[in-house]
Design a protein. Structure first.
Length: 385
């Protein structure tokens, strides 16, 4: 069996910004670099290597297949981007030995007949189903949702003969039950540089953190209200909101600022935009608690990073962060409403004051998602060809 030397990556998102998606792609590229593979990238966006290095670190990409400037004007949604990149994908497939398609959809239909389909793998970060209509307090976000719903169709899903690896167990279950696909039993999971976050006895501040994209889907307003209700007896605590920016972020930040001013806690809340990796690490190591209010989603890397940094996690129960990472409460705390979240936060702060909190088990749990473990899984997937 010929050795895999050239690996193509299909990534429809911009990897030169802060956020979970760029981190996923970055980590895959760096692991492939370390394995001695040449990486070829199919994306609508030309990577900004300087920005990527500032945010995450260095990467090596042998060749990029971007959209032309004219076509990029129409690349408003994942499926459209894929269709516009059809010819670029065919070119890449002729030059590489193996392809990781981040999120899947449609591309397997464009594979050249000479390409061994067993060497094409979808890494499903989402369930790929139509989902439910979600209305946001943001016009551009609502327009994007309408476009995405109208373009999502079964005919764009990967074929039954495509190898699919889910991001986590939550996503795998949705791929089976909602998208009617047949993913592999093994989940790939993300690569978390837990070794960089491990708490080595540093003194923490009276600080609570919200980490991730600054986007309406993250329900940061709920986290602010939980912080407000949960720290009424602990006004010495501050809240740091840190994360990558998206097109909706500036409007959303104005909305968040209005909430903090209404609650009169604006002096206790700080927002940090597009942080570097070092800045994220610094704030997590300084924090005692992470609040995660995002609902009905798969696991997020920020919760795992926070666990490694010794944070106590307070997460929404109907999410995979709580169910899979936190083991239904074994490694953290959960809530179903803002009121419950505030009450649980008050209890956590009391336990911290009385030194009853022991997060050794959650720190150990975070190591399951380490970069070394991720590299082992990637190597195993490639060797299965």
């Amino acid at each position: 069996m010929p050795e895999i030397k050239k690996v193509g990556i299909v990534a429809m998102g911009n990897i030169s910004v802060g956020g979970g998606y760029p981190r996923v792609v970055y980590d895959l590229i760096t692991v492939l670099n370390e394995m001695g593979k040449e990486v070829y990238l199919l994306s609508p966006f030309n990577p900004n290597y300087k920005k990527i290095e500032e945010l995450y670190g260095q990467i090596k990409i042998k060749k990029v297949y971007p959209l032309s400037k004219i076509k990029s004007l129409f690349a408003v949604e994942d499926t459209i981007r894929r269709k516009l990149l059809k010819n670029n994908f065919k070119k890449m497939a002729k030059e590489v030995d193996f392809i990781f398609d981040i999120c899947g959809r449609v591309m397997d239909k464009y594979l050249p007949k000479s390409f061994d389909k067993n060497n094409y793998v979808v890494w499903a970060l989402t369930s790929m189903d139509r989902g439910e209509w979600k209305k946001f307090n943001n016009l551009s976000r609502n327009i994007k949702e309408i476009i995405q719903m109208s373009l999502t169709s079964e005919k764009f899903l990967p074929g039954k003969d495509v190898r699919i690896y889910a991001f986590d167990q939550w996503t795998r279950n949705n791929l089976i039950n909602k998208s009617y696909l047949n993913p592999e039993e093994q989940c790939l999971y993300p690569a978390i540089q837990t070794e960089h976050f491990l708490n080595k006895g540093n003194k923490k501040k009276n600080q609570i953190v919200v980490s991730g994209r600054i986007n309406p889907i993250k329900r940061i307003e709920d986290s602010i209200n939980i912080f407000y209700g949960g720290t009424k007896n602990n006004p010495e605590y501050n809240l740091v909101i840190i994360g990558g920016m998206t097109p909706e972020s500036e409007t959303y930040i104005k909305y968040l600022n209005e909430i903090t001013e209404k609650l009169n806690i604006q002096d206790r809340v700080k927002i940090i935009k597009d942080p570097s990796f070092d800045k994220i690490k610094e704030e997590l190591l300084n924090s005692k608690i992470l609040i995660d209010s995002e609902r009905d989603v798969n696991l997020t890397m920020t919760s795992i990073e926070a666990m490694a940094a010794g944070n106590i996690i307070l997460g929404y129960k109907k999410s995979n962060n709580y169910q899979e990472i936190l083991g239904e409460g074994k490694y953290g705390y959960g809530f179903l409403s803002v009121e419950e979240g505030a009450e649980v936060l008050r209890k956590i702060l009391k336990k911290i004051d009385s030194k009853e909190c022991n997060n050794f088990s959650s720190i150990e749990r975070s190591k399951f998602f380490s970069r070394d473990k991720f590299a082992e899984r990637v190597k195993e997937i490639i060797e299965k060809h």
